[in-house]
Design a protein around this ligand. Sequence first.
Ligand SMILES: Cc1cc2nc3c(=O)[nH]c(=O)nc-3n(C[C@H](O)[C@H](O)[C@H](O)COP(=O)(O)OP(=O)(O)OC[C@H]3O[C@@H](n4cnc5c(N)ncnc54)[C@H](O)[C@@H]3O)c2cc1C
Length: 441
Amino acid sequence: MSSEAVQTDVVVIGGGPAGSTVSTLLAQQGVKVTLFERETFPRFHIGESLIPETYWVLKRLNMLPKMQASHFVKKHSVQFVNSAGRESAPFYFWDNKPHECSQTWQVVRGEFDQMMLDNAREHGVDAREGVRVHEVLFEGDRAVGVRIKGDDGAFQEVRAKVVVDASGQNGLLMNKLNLRLWDPILNKGAIWTYYRGAYRDTGRDEGATLVIQTANKKGWFWYIPQHDDVVSVGVVAPFDYIFKGRTNYATTYEEEVANCPGVKERVAKAERIAGYFATKDYSYRSKQVAGDGWVLVGDAFGFLDPLYSSGVLLALKSGEQAADAIVDGLERGDTSAAQLGRWGAAFNAGVDRMRRLVCEYYDGFSFGAMIRQYPEMRGTLTDLLIGDLFDDRVDKVWAPLESLYKDGKKPIPTWDAGQPASEAADKANELVLPEGARPDL
Ligand SMILES: Cc1cc2nc3c(=O)[nH]c(=O)nc-3n(C[C@H](O)[C@H](O)[C@H](O)COP(=O)(O)OP(=O)(O)OC[C@H]3O[C@@H](n4cnc5c(N)ncnc54)[C@H](O)[C@@H]3O)c2cc1C
């Protein structure tokens, strides 16, 4: 690339699921897209369990045949195990919606993200790896492009009609414009590793995600079976509990396994094949989804606690909504904040539904108890678990759920009651990779 400014229609920052989605859908509709990804793929990423509503976006992306031909484990259900080891009946997606979309996948993100980015290229996206975007360029309040480091090591300007920030938790624009609000209550940390030869169910349960509460109820484990007989097993708990006053990640993790019989038994005969990964995962959202000439998608817009594996779905959905708004805007010569962010309010309402279910679980909500009392609610709860979040039809679940509240339960504060990042210098999400991380992740 020469040091002359280059012009494109849309610049996308980041080649994760959100960036690949928005850019593929734009290219499909004839828009010239240049995507910059600072890493060289495949690179490690957490977020391995998909949920069924990803199907519809994967379909538009022409990714379904690739997913169906892949070695990723097929996932048909999710199941909850409480602190006493009692298992809920599995929530089988097919029983609620007998359609191909009810089967989803447990992926290895290094491979999945590479497939998505290659697919973007096949659709005509100019995707460049190993290129970091240093800043978004503004003229007044309008984004007009980005500054990258070109092949010759010199800084280079790339001008665009629209800049899409898909930079993940880095949140390039969110930070620059001071838009990040930390969630007032979802302040967790996670530690995880990988095993070979751990317990696996069989048949349609083989690929189920298990959510297993620890005995002291302070945290929960994800148990995600992957291909090659690998299982991803991670503990999530309040930040202060899991990271403050503890020795190190390895010891904390093993203490939590010991405190969770459902996990201890399942990994007892397995070989641990990786070190211990850790991350702070405070939930957050941006105060704004778009401005003149810019729009945020995926984690660059918001991150919700991983309890129900909704992150990739929200990345795909926001990427899809942003792409359609951009295509329409470019056709009409309108790249204003209102046009590019026209989908933001409905999207936020969907995220709020998932967030409420997350917060209720942390406040003592039991799926098993709810189904025993209100069996007719199984379908609606399953709708929420598959990610069918953008329709108020599912809101009928809240009144029965509230009827199970214990006396004195406090109302859940809304996400925007949280602290702006500028006032919370102690908070930042960061990933710590172990030495000897599996090279194929
Ligand atoms: C502990 C934990 C468990 C999770 N479990 C699940 C799960 O089971 N299922 C699920 O669906 N989700 C899960 N998630 C969430 C999921 O990881 C994210 O929501 C998802 O990866 C978001 O995709 P994205 O494309 O927005 O961001 P990312 O996947 O993070 O992609 C952003 C990309 O931008 C690149 N980038 C950053 N800055 C720049 C720059 N300046 N220039 C160029 N490139 C840049 C990065 O290298 C990266 O490749 C989990 C998250 C955590 C923390």
